[in-house]
Design a protein around this ligand. Structure first.
Ligand SMILES: Cc1ncc(COP(=O)(O)O)c(C=O)c1O
Length: 369
């Protein structure tokens, strides 16, 4: 089977993990945690990074630290992984969903501007599939309305917008290192900010808000959202090879573009001015009339040839706990992307031969239909 994005663990992962085991530093303190945090902060160009258990945990803590609570509104894009919206609900706040751009699948700044009101506490843009949002427009809206920005950079390590790394535009941001991400440590996340006090408070909250190093005393309702030294060991080894892994994904993207871009009804990833993608996953829209079949039919054809392909995230309002009656009218772009979208295998470990196999399978499906 050719999988979507299997981890590429060909660096120092084994060696660093062994060091954890050999030295007994396997839990929530250790040199790899410090080194992983420093490595990520310096790579993205931020002052502080706080490791935590997942991207979801990172966003939950970030929202709490921005003071989000019941009665507040947080603006989220209609197309994203569900965690972006769930964290708003964890804080008892209301997610306000806005439609996305057809080209990048990211929050549409025009729709964002319309959604801001006196209850808006945070804007939560997501750099989806490694494509940056139009952060100059989003930040201009945030600044003119004095609303904070939390960037969901879970999928965008290595992505820049106008030469600045994603996750460094807003007040605070979150990265994810779960199994299918460009940098993985099995599962994990990172909070990133330039604000020293905010970073300190986040670290406090992810470590049960313990207020005394000896006594078991806690000065707030905290969480056990810590990362382990073993996960950080894998994360650090991954960071060392990040540029190399991005380069390989860039090559895979250009092979797909060369092989597929000209197919009628096939629309590969679109880029906005100033975007520098991390090429995390290759996405395309399949226009059924022109291509000859729907995206779901194409996925089934690929599955028959042992190729894993996936849909784009469903509009968040399609989920039971968020459902709204008129989602299709309110978020037409998110629905189109959902219906037409397909994600192709993009892992850095794929061989050229495997990519050719995927291209061949898509071309065959198109010509047979
Ligand atoms: C856009 C987006 N936001 C949030 C998350 C949550 O990250 P995690 O799985 O590390 O909790 C993910 C990844 O799974 C994601 O893709």
């Amino acid at each position: 089977m050719i999988h979507l994005s299997i981890p590429d663990l060909r660096g120092n992962e084994w060696k660093y993990l062994k060091e954890c085991l050999d030295t007994n530093w396997i839990t929530s303190v250790g040199r790899f945690l410090d080194d992983f945090e420093n490595s990520l902060a310096s790579f993205v160009g931020a002052k502080y990074a706080v490791a935590c258990a997942s991207g979801t945990a990172a966003m939950h803590v970030a929202l709490q630290m921005l003071g989000v609570q019941a009665g507040d509104q947080v603006i989220v894009p209609a197309t994203t992984f569900i965690a972006t919206v769930n964290v708003v609900l964890y804080c008892q706040a209301t997610p306000v969903i806005v439609d996305v751009e057809d080209q990048t699948f990211n929050m549409d700044p025009a729709r964002l501007a319309e959604a801001i009101n006196d209850h808006t506490k945070v804007i939560l843009p997501v750099h989806l599939y490694g494509q940056p949002c139009q952060m100059d427009k989003i930040m201009a809206i945030a600044e003119s309305t004095s609303v904070c920005v939390l960037e969901d950079a879970c999928e965008s390590i290595g992505t820049r917008y106008k030469k600045k790394h994603t996750g460094t535009f807003g007040r605070i941001s979150a990265f994810s290192f779960n199994g299918n991400k460009l940098v993985t440590c099995g599962g994990g996340g990172m909070i990133v900010t330039d604000d020293e006090e905010l970073a300190r408070q986040c670290r406090h909250l992810v470590t049960q808000a313990r207020s005394d190093s000896l006594e078991y005393l806690h000065d707030a309702l905290g969480y056990n959202y810590r990362l382990t030294n073993m996960q950080a060991a894998v994360g650090l080894a991954q960071m060392e090879r990040l540029e190399q892994m991005i380069d390989r994904r860039r090559q895979i993207f250009s092979k797909y573009q060369q092989g597929l871009a000209e197919l009628p009804g096939w629309r590969g990833p679109g880029y906005i001015h100033g975007a520098q993608s991390n090429f995390w996953l290759y996405t395309a829209l399949v226009e059924p009339q022109e291509f000859g079949m729907t995206s779901r039919e194409l996925m089934a054809c690929l599955r028959e040839r042992q190729i894993e392909a996936r849909p784009i995230f469903a509009p968040v309002c399609e989920n039971k706990h968020l459902s709204c009656v008129d989602g299709r009218e309110r978020f037409p772009v998110a629905y189109k992307i959902w219906e037409q979208g397909i994600v192709l295998p993009s892992g850095a470990g794929l061989t050229d031969q495997q990519i050719d196999q995927v291209i061949d399978a898509v071309r065959c499906a198109a010509s047979d239909s």
